[in-house]
Design a protein around this ligand. Structure first.
Ligand SMILES: O=C(O)C(=O)C[C@]1(C(=O)O)C=C[C@@H](O)C=C1
Length: 334
C-alpha cells in the first residue's frame, strides 16, 4: 500500500453502530481516515461524487426487524435511474451500477436506555416526570417495541413520545440538547449503544433493552466500480455471496419463478430474497416490485457464468449484479 490514507464513509457521528461496522472492517489496515456522514443517502452520494472517498459502509438489514429500507431504496433508485438513462446493453439487458458491494460486516446490536442526567433510582425515577420523549434512529423502534410497551404499561400516567434522529449516536446528543432547553417535567431519553452513551458522557439507565438477544445488523461495504486501485478485502475459504436485483418481464403467472428457476438450473443456492416497490416513471402504475436476491457461488458454480447471465437476461426485464463478495464468518454466529 502507498503512504496515502484510505477514506471511508459511515453514518456518524462517532459511536453509531455503523462506526462499529467500519472499525470491524478496516481496523487492521494502517492509515484509514473515517469520515462521518449525516445520513444514509449521504453515504451513497458522497462515495459517487467524491473520487477521493474509497469506501462507504451502510446498514442493510437487522435480524429483528429486517430491511433497512433506506438502503434498499437507495440501491433500487440507482438501478431505476440507470434503466431510465438506457445505459443497458441491448443484448443482455444488464445494468451496470456505478457502485459495487465488496464485503459485508455483522455488528451485534445491544441497545441501552440513556439519560442526560443521573437518575438515582434508574428507570423507577421516571415517575417523577409528566412526559418522556425518547430519541433514536427510526430503525431502532422495531427492535425495542416490547420493551417500550412494557415501560408505557409500568408508568400509565406518563405521556411517552418518540423523536426520530439521523443515527443512534446523534440521538444521545439530541436528548442532551433537548434536556438543556426543556422544563423539569419533561425527561428526554435516547436509545443507543453503550459506546455512544460514554462518548457523550450520558448515563445508562437500562442496558440490553432490545427485545431479542443476539440482535444483529448486517452492513455492506461499497466502493465505486471504476476504483480498481487497491483491494483491502481478504479472500477466505467461505462461499462467495452475489447480490443481484431484477425486475420481471411481465405480470403473467410464473414470471418471478422463471427468473428463480435459472438459479435452480445452474445449481445455485439462493440465500435471501426481498422486494421493494418501484415506479419506472411518474406515470407508471402502482404495485410493481423490484426483487433483491442473494445466491452463493464457489469455485465450481456456476459452471458456465456466461450462460447463467444469458439465462437471467432472457427471463428478467432488467437486472444488475451489485457485487460478489466473501461471506463474513460472523454470518454463522448468533
Ligand atoms: O444509528 C446507528 O447507529 C446506525 O448505525 C444505523 C442503524 C440502522 O440504520 O440500522 C444501524 C444499526 C441499528 O440497527 C440501528 C440503526
Amino acid at each position: 500500500m502507498n503512504g496515502k490514507s484510505l477514506k471511508v464513509l459511515f453514518l456518524g457521528p462517532q459511536g453509531t453502530y455503523s462506526h462499529q461496522a467500519v472499525l470491524q472492517q478496516f481496523q487492521s489496515i494502517p492509515n484509514v481516515e473515517y469520515l462521518p456522514a449525516t445520513s444514509i443517502p449521504q453515504c451513497f452520494d458522497e462515495l459517487e461524487e467524491d473520487v477521493t472517498v474509497d469506501y462507504s459502509v451502510v446498514p442493510l438489514e437487522n435480524s429483528t426487524n429486517g430491511q433497512v429500507v433506506f438502503s434498499y431504496d437507495l440501491l433500487r433508485d440507482r438501478m431505476i435511474q440507470k434503466a431510465q438513462s438506457s445505459t443497458t446493453s441491448a443484448k443482455t439487458n444488464m445494468i451496470t451500477s456505478d457502485i459495487e458491494v465488496i464485503a459485508e460486516q455483522y455488528v451485534s446490536i445491544t441497545h441501552c436506555l440513556i439519560s442526560p442526567i443521573e437518575l438515582p433510582n434508574g428507570v423507577e425515577s421516571l415517575e417523577r416526570f409528566e412526559e418522556v420523549v425518547i430519541h433514536s434512529h427510526p430503525q431502532v423502534w422495531g427492535q425495542v417495541d416490547g420493551y417500550l410497551k412494557s415501560l408505557e404499561e409500568k408508568f400509565p400516567s406518563l405521556t411517552f413520545s418518540r423523536s426520530d434522529c439521523s443515527s443512534t449516536s446523534e440521538s444521545v446528543y439530541q436528548c442532551m440538547r433537548s434536556h438543556a432547553a426543556s422544563d423539569d417535567n419533561i425527561l428526554h431519553l435516547a436509545i443507543a449503544s453503550e459506546t455512544a452513551a460514554q462518548l457523550h458522557k450520558a448515563h445508562i439507565i437500562e442496558h440490553s433493552i432490545n427485545d431479542k438477544l443476539g440482535n444483529t445488523t448486517r452492513f455492506l461495504v461499497l466502493k465505486r466500480r471504476e476504483n480498481t486501485s487497491r483491494n483491502e478485502i481478504e479472500s477466505t475459504e467461505l462461499p462467495q455471496v452475489n447480490l443481484l436485483t431484477f425486475t420481471t418481464r411481465q405480470d403473467d403467472p410464473g414470471s418471478l419463478v422463471d427468473v428463480l428457476n435459472v438459479l435452480k438450473i445452474h445449481s445455485l443456492n439462493m440465500c435471501s430474497i426481498n422486494s421493494r416497490p418501484f415506479h419506472m416513471d411518474e406515470n407508471d402504475r402502482n404495485w410493481r416490485y423490484l426483487f433483491f436476491i442473494e445466491y452463493y457461488t464457489d469455485g465450481n458454480a456456476p459452471r458456465n457464468k456466461e450462460t447463467f447471465y444469458e439465462d437471467i437476461s432472457e427471463k428478467s426485464k432488467q437486472w444488475c449484479l451489485w457485487g460478489t463478495f466473501p461471506r463474513n464468518g460472523k454470518y454463522y454466529h448468533k
